[in-house]
Design a protein around this ligand. Structure first.
Ligand code: ATP
Length: 245
């Protein structure tokens, strides 16, 4: 399970432009679930997911994965855990222009020193699974939005992460592509992966496969709902009284 204990993220701390992106969030999340963080733009979803996924550190508080502390580890341990445990699908996909689809998918695996032909085979298998094998040699700027997203999904899966994090994954997708994305996430859950999404898209948080919906507003956790109940969470009702929409 993932446990957040009094987690805050403060950007530009102590400066005139100090921003409290996440305020004192305490929450326990199971790993056998699809979890959605919802809330208006600027409510702190990306900041929170970045900390859960070891892309950034809390300014205050602690984060644990299966009882092991993630926050506060030396940088190289955080990087190792990030590579081994988490796959990221970013809001703007973050594909590298000028490189082929295949190269983009393989990049996160390079630091792990995997044999090149085995890695190529694995990347091709993922592209085939996502019906993109015919685009393997194509440069990423020639892809449609839906294709670019599936490349981003393949890249997120290259190191066989146990937890897949997607930040606003359907922001640029039409209805059919959103359905396709949700079907891919459901198949990842069926393989036993944890899926964590951030979204203000009702098509995401109303979808059948979602177990837990965490609502945020102004950096605060304001509600936890969904089909599955949570054993332990704390809302900061004194700071943020209303549920996010
Ligand atoms: N690197 C940064 N430096 C300074 N402020 C930041 C930084 N990243 C985010 N913020 C601020 O922190 C707050 C929370 O931002 P965050 O991106 O986490 O929210 P969000 O809910 O993911 O928003 P969106 O749905 O628009 O992506 C916002 O006020 C934002 O402007």
């Amino acid at each position: 399970m993932i446990r957040l204990d009094g987690v805050s993220k403060i950007y530009n701390q102590g400066q005139t432009n100090e921003t409290f992106a996440v305020r004192d969030v305490s929450l326990t999340l199971p790993l056998d679930a699809t979890i959605v963080f919802k809330g208006p733009s600027g409510s702190g979803k990306t900041s929170l997911l970045s900390m859960i996924g070891c892309l950034s550190r809390p300014s205050e508080g602690r984060i644990y994965l299966n009882g092991d502390i993630l926050s506060g580890l030396p940088e190289h341990f955080m990087t190792e855990i990030r590579r081994a445990q988490f796959g990221f699908i970013f809001q703007r996909f973050n594909l590298l222009r000028g490189l082929s689809v295949l190269e983009n998918v393989m990049i996160p695996a390079y630091p792990l020193g995997m044999d090149h032909s085995a890695l190529t085979q694995r990347a091709m298998a993922l592209l085939t699974q996502l019906q993109l094998q015919h685009k393997a040699r194509v440069s990423t700027e020639l892809l449609s939005g839906g294709e670019a997203q599936r490349v981003a999904i393949a890249r997120a899966l290259i190191n066989s992460p146990s937890i897949v994090i997607a930040d606003e994954p359907t922001a640029n997708l039409d209805g059919a592509l959103t359905e396709q994305f949700l079907a891919i996430m459901a198949s990842l859950r069926a393989e036993g992966k944890t899926v964590i999404l951030s979204s203000h898209d009702p098509r995401i948080w109303k979808s059948d496969g979602v177990n837990i919906i965490v609502s945020m507003q102004d950096g605060c956790l304001v509600d936890v709902g969904g089909k599955d109940t949570l054993s332990d969470y704390r809302c900061n009702d004194d700071q943020c009284g209303e549920e996010a929409t």
